[in-house]
Design a protein around this ligand. Structure first.
Ligand SMILES: C/C=C/C(=O)SCCNC(=O)CCNC(=O)[C@H](O)C(C)(C)COP(=O)(O)OP(=O)(O)OC[C@H]1O[C@@H](n2cnc3c(N)ncnc32)[C@H](O)[C@@H]1OP(=O)(O)O
Ligand SMILES: NC(=O)C1=CN([C@@H]2O[C@H](COP(=O)(O)OP(=O)(O)OC[C@H]3O[C@@H](n4cnc5c(N)ncnc54)[C@H](OP(=O)(O)O)[C@@H]3O)[C@@H](O)[C@H]2O)C=CC1
Length: 447
């Protein structure tokens, strides 16, 4: 039995759940990995020069044992997230430390502590096997998976599952991730695959869409409302392309920041009217490594006021971090919110606190999404209210190049990876809904 037999079953319209359940599992499968004995390979290099193509491998790995509450999924497609870039350059720390720590939790979690890390935090595919205690899903179900892994043994996480003390991101802080032909998930990560999308389209939104939903829309994040001015950094990137859609769909006014005319055009094509090309306008928030330039914050704020007719920002959707955070705090209106989920350009932020406390602003930390938020975000994709922002699709063999593109900011929106799917465009079940939204679904393609 090989993964090819699994693919044949998925591609046959006659396959029944019983057929999938009866399929013997292969002994091994192909997976994208980083290696524990290579964590020092980029020591001493600048972040920018660390090349994911050198650290990312395509290996044949054994199929992991299936535990209670888990599911083994045949992965048709996945996508590249920035967390896989971090893993591949071993920053801010090696993810093998996460696997070691998780491995100490129980007999079952020990499986994750391996000398290789199978990465990837998105998937679209088909359930092959479920472990004891799984009733909601069965072999043959077409699914996507969100990346929240929790144990839920502590009451801390019983109200908001992101607050579980054993909260982890699957494929980043756990093993057996989605950039592979098979993946192991907790069954509570599974959600129905949006039927109007191909495998690679369905695999693209998961992580970033859910994160943007919590960070911007949910009451656990900024709780955006109609009419809010929302400053969105990287508005055509992974997170930003969903934040922009949420702002538009929710009746807010996105002020999209991007770094090229092509990216500005994409934002306009999504429906945004206010776009700032940070490159063309040459903002330099830092005079040197240590010193910010408040005059540049003001110039940026003035530009925002020009675009909004004199209004300031209600919500900043932050993730670049050190380079932009001082400006983000400054341009927020009295009583407004800066919501942050990352620090791509550096995590030691500096801002003028007088502008925060005197103007009663709030900074909210946000991370991924709880079970319910991830479900709600996927539901919006399934209903065609929010669309995938897939630009380019790579083969599993070329995942290193895909991660390199994202690391060097050469991409738009999301970059997809075909795992078992032999070509793009497969897996669409609802052609009518697709036809209704085809232009929006293809908006980021091949630009
Ligand atoms: C969905 C996608 C998301 C993304 O893409 S996010 C971007 C990618 N992710 C990242 O870049 C994050 C990577 N993660 C990290 O950098 C680290 O993960 C953290 C900095 C978040 C945490 O570091 P750590 O070393 O895991 O934890 P500690 O809390 O710094 O250290 C643990 C030790 O510190 C003790 N400690 C914790 N809190 C306190 C306290 N309040 N007072 C005193 N001690 C404390 C603990 O007990 C423990 O100690 P003992 O080492 O002896 O076991
Ligand atoms: N905590 C969480 O749950 C999550 C955190 N993240 C983190 O968020 C960050 C962004 O992820 P994602 O959106 O997928 O990545 P992308 O690279 O797809 O998009 C980020 C965009 O941000 C902009 N950007 C990058 N650096 C700077 C800078 N120095 N100043 C201003 N703008 C900048 C770029 O757009 P342009 O050049 O057009 O301005 C870039 O395209 C990563 O660090 C990631 O790890 C992501 C998802 C979830």
């Amino acid at each position: 039995m090989t993964v090819k037999d699994i693919l044949d079953a998925i591609q046959s319209p006659e396959s029944t759940p019983a057929d999938f359940a009866a399929l013997p599992l292969p002994e091994s499968y192909r997976a994208i990995t980083v290696h524990k004995d290579e964590t020092e390979m980029f020591a001493g290099m600048q972040t920018r020069d660390k090349d994911p193509r050198k650290s990312i491998h395509l290996d044949e790995v054994p199929v992991p044992e299936l535990g209670p509450g888990e599911a083994l999924v045949a992965v048709m497609a996945s996508s590249v997230n920035y967390n896989s870039v971090w893993t591949s350059i071993f920053e801010p720390l090696s993810t093998f430390g996460f696997l070691e720590r998780y491995g100490k939790l129980s007999e079952l979690t020990r499986r994750h502590d391996l000398p290789y890390h199978i990465i990837g935090s998105d998937l679209a595919g088909v359930v092959l096997r479920t472990g004891p205690g799984v009733n909601a899903w069965k072999p043959g179900d077409e699914v996507v998976a969100h990346c929240l892994s929790v144990e839920l043994e502590s009451s801390d996480g019983h109200n908001d599952t992101m607050l579980d003390p054993e909260q982890r991101i699957w494929g980043f802080e756990t093993n057996f991730g989605g950039l592979a032909e098979l993946a192991l998930v907790k069954s509570n990560q599974l959600m129905p695959k949006p039927q109007h999308l191909s495998w690679e389209e369905a695999a693209a939104p998961g992580l970033v869409n859910s994160t943007a939903y919590r960070q911007l829309v949910s009451r656990n994040g900024a709780g955006m409302k109609q009419g809010d001015n929302v400053l969105i950094w990287g508005a055509s990137g992974g997170l930003g392309s969903y934040a922009t859609q949420f702002a538009l769909a929710g009746g807010a006014n996105p002020i999209c920041v991007v770094s090229s005319p092509e990216k500005a055009d994409i934002c306009r094509a999504m429906g945004a009217r206010n776009v700032i090309d940070r490159n063309a306008e040459g903002y330099r928030f830092w005079k040197d490594e240590q010193t910010q330039d408040p005059r540049e914050w003001k110039r940026f704020g003035k530009r925002i006021r020009e675009l909004t007719g004199g209004e300031d920002i209600d919500i900043v959707f932050e993730h670049p971090g050190r380079e932009t955070f001082g400006a983000s705090v400054f341009v927020t209106r009295k009583g407004g919110t800066i919501t942050t989920c990352a620090s791509t350009s550096g995590y030691m932020h500096e801002y003028d606190n007088r502008y925060l406390w005197m103007s009663l602003k709030r900074i909210i930390g946000s991370h991924f999404a709880n079970y319910r938020e991830a479900w709600e975000a996927n539901r919006l994709i399934a209903k065609g209210k929010i669309h995938p922002t897939l630009s380019k699709v790579y083969s599993l063999e070329d995942t290193g190049q895909a991660a390199y593109d994202v690391h060097r900011n050469l991409h738009q929106g999301k970059v997809g990876v075909l795992c078992l799917a032999p070509e793009e465009g497969l897996g669409v079940r609802n052609h009518e809904l697709r036809a209704e939204h085809l232009d929006a679904i293809n908006r980021f393609r091949n630009i």
